[in-house]
Design a protein. Sequence first.
Length: 348
Amino acid sequence: MSQIGPAPLGGDVDRGPQALVICWVMTAMGILVVLMRFVGRRMIRSTGPDDWMMLLTLILFIFFVAILTKDISIGGMRHLYYLTPDERTEAAKWSWISQPFHIMGFATGKISVGILILRVTGSTTFWRRWILWFAIITALLISAVNIILTFTQCSPVEALWNTQLVVEGKAKCWRSSIQTDFALFLSGYNILVDLFLAFLPASFFYNLNLTWKKKVELCILLGLGVIAAIFAAVKTTYLVALNERSDITWETYDLYMWSGAELFVIILCGSVPPIKPVYDYFLGKPKNRRANNPGYGGFTSDTSYIRSSSRTSPGDRFKGREEEELELYSPSIRLDTNNARSDSSSLP
């Protein structure tokens, strides 16, 4: 076996098994969360593009974990020193291949949360809508640029995982700090977007005619992105590991674990509001489980809302749709789209 530098301290430690447990537990929980999200949407007959974007985020997460599993099976969580030359190349290759999936997952998760907020605020907040779109679209574009930089920093791309090509003069690569610095920029921007998405709903609900308790409840439900920002901040501290390519399989362990955790938190926190109908139906107060509650009509044959909508103007139908959207978070709320006020006693 060819050697790379001195033998690492601690010997041949394999962190792969614990990584597999952590990643697949998060994957199973993520699948359950998204499934409950769609059940909640079905209950209020309100499946929308934000739900499909979160499903896409989950799919990207599953691909990330699956590729990481392949990487671990080769020795991807061990020191390069203890791997054969072929194992080093293969492990490094799958490590790089996994990156686009979690990078793009961060972006699609933010798009899902952004669309969710747009469904609540509707047409009453013009400036918020356009700032929000700017935030999530730029996050998507910067993520795409980061992926492009990752796989164009070496020519040919195989030199990313086969550094011998560079040594032999058969390939050229940029300084590793270029891609790392851009990844740090992307991570910092994602943190800002997470915080923006978390605090934007507070500026909207502040003007609603609700009790402070209800306002706080709504802000918490739609502001859980703060948790994702915290995870992203922790992950950022490990991005410098991308420079440590002499032992990349070992040094990137924390980066991948925190990246997976951040993506899982985005899925979880971004799905809590749509899951609320499920919670209210099974664990909420008895009045929230009554069959005639229009916010939960998906479990009954009651189509009075749909029938009444067909006899109203397009503006009234839009208003009714937004009222139902707010009921998704708190069934006692109705939104008046004309003056951004609510009637907290609209439901029995």
